[in-house]
Structure formats: C-alpha cells, structure tokens
Unconditional design. Structure first.
Length: 142
C-alpha cells in the first residue's frame, strides 16, 4: 500500500500516436485493450488520471505535448464529466488534439448488469478498442 497524493495521476503505459486517459475501474478495460493492440505492434499510451478534480495538470501537459489523439474513458456522464474537464484543460492551455470521449451518453440508459451497460454505452473493452482503431484509421485516411 502506498499513499496517493490528491490530484496525482500515473502513467500506466507509454505509447505512440494515441493516449487513453481513464478514471476509475474502467481503466482495467484500457489495460486489456493496450495489451491486445501491443500483440499487433500498436503501442497505445495509457494514463490513470485517478482524479477528476483536481486534475493532474503536470501530467496533462506531458500528455498533450506528446500525443495528438486522446481518448477519455469514464464510468460517468460524458457531458460535464471527466472527459469534458480534459477538453477544457486543452482549450485553456491552447493545445490542439483530436479527442473522443467515452462514457455514459446523455440519454436514458436502462437498468442492467454493469458489463451489459458498459457494452451498451460503448466503453467496455471492445468499445474502447473500436474507438482506438477508428481514431488511428482516421489518421491513415488523411
């Protein structure tokens, strides 16, 4: 056990081209996605931000300096959530990046098992992998 400093994130995996920023237990899905893609020689960065407030601004400066594609994943509302805070940070510090946010959409989501709901909302392991691949494919089309 180690003490976690409030507002501190951590780098889980170094990557190229794209970074996944997670908060909470859905970070485990991102770990699996990174492992799957590494077997295909696709190296994706992964950062466990741990806190939505305060954000780890030092780590975010590092991320936005290195990556031009960012995928945020949260088990919370997309509107006004963690991903929105990342977009605000980017705007406030004049960074430019392609950002996609995964989380609970602004619509009614029926009750169900967590894994079913994560799949329905598109932020289970397959949904995250699909989003990463789509973002990387958009690069090759340019």
């Amino acid at each position: 056990m180690e003490e976690i400093q409030i507002g501190s994130g951590r780098k889980i995996r170094e990557g190229e081209e794209l970074a996944i920023l997670t908060i909470g237990h859905v970070g485990n899905y991102a770990v699996e996605v990174c492992e799957r893609l590494a077997k295909l020689n696709i190296e994706i960065g992964h950062f466990d931000m741990r806190f939505a407030k305060p954000l780890d601004e030092h780590l975010l400066h590092e991320i936005f300096s290195q990556y031009k594609r960012i995928l945020t994943v949260e088990d919370g509302s997309i509107q006004g959530g963690f991903g929105s805070a990342i977009v605000e940070f980017m705007a406030d510090h004049n960074y430019r990046a392609e950002i996609k946010r995964l989380g609970i959409p602004d619509r009614i989501v029926e009750h169900g098992e967590q894994l079913e709901l994560h799949k329905e909302c598109g932020f289970d392991t397959d949904g995250i992998e699909r989003a990463v691949v789509e973002m990387l494919e958009s690069v090759s089309k340019i």
